[in-house]
Design a protein around this ligand. Sequence first.
Ligand SMILES: Nc1ncnc2c1ncn2[C@@H]1O[C@H](COP(=O)(O)OP(=O)(O)OP(=O)(O)O)[C@@H](O)[C@H]1O
Length: 796
Amino acid sequence: MARGQGTTLFRICISKNNVSRIRFLSSNRYFHSGRQFEKSVWERDNSSPTFDVPKREFSTSLIDLVGVHLASKGTNFTEFNHVNTRLFSSSRKKVNFVDDGSASLSEMELEENDSLSSEESVDDDGIGDNFDGYNKNDIFDSNMIESEGNNDGVNSSDSSRFLRVSTRDPVELYRELSNAEKGAKQKRSDWEVLLEVFRFFSNSGWAVNQALAIYIGRSFFPTAVSKFRSFFFKKCPDEVAKYLVWLGPSDEAVKFLFPIFVEFCLEEHPDEVKRFKEMVDSADLTKPHTWFPFARAMKRKIIYHVGPTNSGKTYNALQRFMEAKKGIYCSPLRLLAMEVFDKVNANGVYCSLLTGQEKKRVPFSNHIACTVEMVSADELYDVAVIDEIQMMGDPYRGFAWTRALLGVMADEIHLCGDPSVLDIVRKICSETGDELHEQHYERFKPLVVEAKSLLGDLQNVRSGDCVVAFSRREIFEVKLAIEKQTNHRCCVVYGALPPETRRQQANLFNDQDNEFDVLVASDAVGMGLNLNIRRVVFFNLSKYNGDKIVPVPASQVKQIAGRAGRRGSIYPDGLTTTLHLDDLDYLIECLKHPFEPVKKVGLFPFFEQVELFAGQFSDVTLAQLLEKFRENCRLDGSYFLCKHEHIKKVANLLEKVQGLSLEDRFNFSFAPVNIRDPKAMYHLLRFASSYSENIAVSIAMGMPKGSAKSDAELLDLETKHQVLSMYLWLSNQFRGDFFPHVKKAEEMAGSIADLLGQSLADASWKPESRPAAKPKPQEKKDGYERPRSLIKSYEK
Ligand SMILES: Nc1ncnc2c1ncn2[C@@H]1O[C@H](COP(=O)(O)OP(=O)(O)OP(=O)(O)O)[C@@H](O)[C@H]1O
């Protein structure tokens, strides 16, 4: 298959066996038909400006060009489906484009048209009050006295003239303007009103959005308006000017001018329009379900197990998984993939394990437990399970769930999760043609809130409690305090710990025959671990979101609180409360809060899409490319582009490395690295440098001598494990011969995970922060960062 066949072409990259590696090539015609464009909404999520083109509300001569009959003049454009088929071949003016996507006229044209004298102002809208080589005196008649006319007073001859102007076909009107030798002179006051009208036009969000529909980009829009204004003032007949003056700076004026503006741009700036169209087309993420033609060729049955935590969703889905001849389980975490791998094998069903870091092939296995990013879209399965499906809405990783749902080839797909993405899954199924069944669940036993709280005193902690805090520092402070003030010993779970260590800590906590009977954990406890928790106590209910301290979202509070009480454990009844009475209202509020429907789910371009887009530019870094992609990508209304600041950060770091292909850079940028850990970043840089020089990548890191005796040593162990984990991840992404020390890395990682476990059991030091860690969020008192009441900020 080759490009340019006028149809979407796919090939699946067999060497890299996962959904994220599906290759696709698309012809513009397929992806960008006018019809599709009409229905789709160009959008961005909150982090990016809106790119919203609901429908066209104007007509242009394009309609004549493509032979679509226009029933009424100057009216609605919504029936017009073929705007993209216009040819953009004629080039009347030489336009140079700068890399940032804005257009600049060549110097000669600037002299001719755009130069502003020193007295001339440029307004906020970027449009000066003077026009291209045009003398004010030509457009207003200084001899006319102000009182001669009254803008507000409209006599009957005016109104019939205005009616005539307002109903004119904008195409004809544009032609007339274009052919006119000279426009009518205007008196000064009218001229000033006209300036205001154009300023209003330039600042109109509606016009900016509508302009996008004919591929006039935001960056070019002000220039285009400026040129249009000059053109208009040079050519404008008196009655049109008068009509505009009468309308004044208003939406009506904008709507009147817009179709004429469109004609002007298409005639005068076809190159700019074409260039922007090509750029937008190459950043097209609309209709993602069409990226997976093999899955689309199937009639899949989708069973959505909808319910809160501890309601048996995953259990039931896994039963079907184990009964199937061939199945895949897609997990949000390595930890959970490992749990399922162990559990399924223990039940006598051979199952392999596949995560970014490890491939454990069990002989004769037809089942696989993998992390969601690794799900294969080129294998046929009888049953697939996608766990925690609500993570489709995750701002960073959501795209992996979206791809899995759209792309996995299984006759039966079980989705497990809360109801927040139910509506969107329904919508997706109606697009894909899959058959959707919903199974609703309730918690086995209701979760009970303890109204008393711990009254701010950690001495009230009891056996079987899990105290949840949202930073590493707080976790260690709480552990230290509990162990000092009570006879309890604490296990610890937080995100930066390797899955093996988290499991080891969970086992220590679950085991009733030791002194470790309290768990202190971060939100990492919310998923993946089998824990015997009697009561979840929130140390606080705010957390740092990478930017500022925010209340923990209700859905997350529910997920974490829901870990208390587990069917089959020694604590089947679950309790939850807060350390401080102040936070209790917020907790109750969260638990009562219905699951909010997620409106949009995540997407991220495949490398091939980024590569296609890269063809529009020369000399941009990967980070700049991703930023441009973000600015220009087109998405359907149900999708957002996942956040990727961390990827850009890594990409920027790797700019120092010469000789990496764009694909290598792209893949390296996805490496699992803590971007706030300079040591880990240093090692990633080193790995990439060796790789780019065709040198086998060494681990170059010694084994620690023993378990950590201080927080700094613990941090060092965490970093070391992360570096090894990164090495293993890279060895699965790139050719194995570049990463010859996989075995050694695995052994070292295993030993460090054990050391971390030992260190945590003994940890009794004050926590330190990593360099460049987050600013201290709250006032300190009694050695703790005290939670503030969140109910108010929640209400806000
Ligand atoms: N029918 C059953 N028989 C025996 N045990 C069950 C059954 N259903 C669920 N369980 C057990 O109940 C616990 C909770 O079930 P499960 O993990 O499926 O819940 P869930 O709704 O998926 O919650 P979460 O999202 O927290 O995992 C598990 O320990 C599971 O083994």
